[in-house]
Design a binder for this molecule. Structure first.
Ligand code: PGA
Length: 268
């Protein structure tokens, strides 16, 4: 794919999502971390979402006054209620003020979550009035470009039941699995060219499925070892519409610096 000319993509508000995964291990630490992010977000005015572990959400909600930091969850079930031991309904999350739900993260796909289940979760999250952050991404790169087919299959399956009027409420997170860190935010990051190629590819798929305007207005964010050092070039050259940050989101200084990089980029 050629990288010569940038597309005239519609200017979007940059979104930064923190994926805390199964961290931290005590509510006190979660509160402290949340308050640090809140403080940083006040200065940078970048819209941030904290996808916290389920047990912390109700407590963290009490800290969401006077801030544009909103609460996210890392998964939700596709049914609204019922005999599903250990599961969490999208309606429960909505009632706790959650605005975004990560769906189909590669760590859940690795645990057996299928494209079909993921698709149902996207629909259920939308139906409950929240924004799904749909994760797609290949496990490895190959010179023949088969990784594009992997992403295409994931995207087509997940969006099958999603109408044009709904896709504007979905955030797509391109997370190449090979770039996701072991928890320290210091893995092998995709290059801005990798991210840009995939953005164009996803936009092409969205154009085929919906139309060009819809494709250009859909948020396509990047995740995989995002840190203060690479954030700026991923925005400038990778043209991504935001980030899903794992390891670095657990270190207040690093996450604050990512927010600052987005602020400096000046497109929020
Ligand atoms: P990472 O995680 O930033 O630690 O690579 C990203 C993610 O898995 O969402």
């Amino acid at each position: 794919m050629a990288f010569g000319k940038k597309t005239t993509s519609i200017k979007k508000e940059i979104l930064v999502v923190a994926n805390w995964k199964m961290n931290p291990t005590a509510i006190g630490d979660a509160k402290r971390l949340f308050l640090e992010v809140k403080k940083a977000a006040r200065h940078t005015k970048v819209p941030a979402v904290i996808a916290a572990p389920f047990p912390y959400i109700a407590e963290l909600r009490k800290l969401t006054h006077n801030t544009h930091v909103s609460l996210g969850a890392q998964d939700a079930h596709f049914e609204r209620s019922g005999t599903y031991t250990g599961e969490v309904s999208p309606l429960m999350l909505k009632s706790l003020g959650v605005s975004h739900v990560i769906v189909g993260h590669s760590e859940r796909r690795a645990g057996g979550e299928t494209d079909e289940t993921i698709s149902k979760k996207v629909t259920a999250t939308l139906k409950a009035g929240m924004t799904p952050i749909l994760c797609i991404g290949e496990t490895k790169r190959d010179s023949a470009g088969q990784y594009l087919g992997v992403v295409e299959k994931q995207l087509r399956a997940a969006l099958k039941p999603i109408a044009k009027t709904q896709i504007k409420n979905v955030v797509l997170a391109y997370e190449p699995v090979w770039a996701i860190s072991k928890g320290d935010g210091k893995g092998k990051t995709a290059t801005p060219a990798d991210a840009y190629e995939m953005k164009l590819f996803i936009q092409k798929l969205l154009t085929d499925r919906y139309d060009r305007k819809t494709a250009e207005s859909t948020h396509i964010i990047y995740g995989g070892s995002v840190n203060p050092k690479n954030a700026e070039e991923l925005l400038e050259e990778g043209m991504v519409d935001g980030f899903l940050v794992g390891g670095a989101s657990l270190k207040p200084k690093e996450f604050t610096a990512v927010l600052a990089a987005v602020h400096n980029h000046g497109t929020h």
